[in-house]
Design a binder for this molecule. Structure first.
Ligand code: CTP
Ligand code: MG
Length: 216
């Protein structure tokens, strides 16, 4: 059995809707509901933990009324929000997912489930453009894009170990933008990369709305 933490405690500043982007509706369904519904339908997830801000919690409760989920209050950063969610996890394995990623591919989830039994793992996609190391508006050095991937969620872990990694990171005030990087860096252990579906984008800017309208 798996638990999933669905993160929805952000503000959506870059999309600038005037409200949290996870409430944005595509095809009459909010972004947040797409992920919650996916995990509700998959019976191997016996625990769904939605992390929300104090300000949004009533709206989340109303939106997900009647559904089987737990609600946890998040923090200022994504990392704090995950940490708060992790304290409530009761299964052996946990997946951590951005509530702002509504396109979930069953194949990707099945790959994560089988891989996490042996190793922590993360979905990722290839880099299409050239990337550069920059400093003060100037190109600094050449990097080969074949050595880089863009990390997605869900990311999957043995609960005890990701909790340990988070406790260590919080105690030493190290900050990370995703969980696999935190795990790898704090525990000095390998995390397996699984190539995920390209449609698994994170709603961040206006263009993402157009893409999600096409793929959802
Ligand atoms: N998130 C969270 N708690 C935070 C910050 C982010 O739970 N303190 C969640 C967001 O709700 C989102 C996911 O983490 O589902 C990925 O973060 P991001 O795309 O950066 O969302 P926001 O922080 O809401 O957007 P922005 O950075 O543009 O303000
Ligand atoms: Mg953010």
């Amino acid at each position: 059995m798996y638990s999933v933490i669905i993160l929805a405690a952000g503000k959506g500043t870059r999309l600038n809707l005037g409200y949290n982007k996870v409430f944005y509706e595509i095809k009459q369904k909010s972004i947040l509901e797409y992920s919650v519904d996916y995990f509700l339908k998959d019976s191997s997830f016996s625990e769904i933990i939605v992390v929300t801000s104090e300000k949004d919690q009533n709206q989340v409760k109303e939106l997900l009324k009647g559904k089987d989920f737990k609600i946890v209050l998040g923090g200022i950063t994504r990392q704090e929000s995950v940490y708060n969610g992790l304290k409530k996890v009761s299964n052996k394995y946990v997946m951590i997912h951005d509530g702002a990623r509504p396109f979930i591919d069953k194949n990707d989830i099945e790959k994560l489930k089988s891989t996490v039994k042996e190793n922590p793992c993360v979905l990722a996609k290839k880099v299409k453009d050239s990337i550069a190391k920059v400093s003060f508006g100037k190109l600094k050095s050449y990097v080969n894009r074949d050595n880089y991937m863009l990390l997605q969620t869900p990311q999957a872990f043995l609960t005890d170990k990701i909790v340990k990694a988070y406790e260590q990171a919080m105690a030493s005030e190290n900050s990370y933008s995703d969980d696999a990087s935190l795990y790898m860096q704090e525990l000095q252990e390998d995390v397996i990369i699984l190539e995920g579906n390209e449609n698994n984008i994170k709603l961040t800017t206006e263009l993402d709305i157009k893409i999600l309208e096409a793929v959802l």
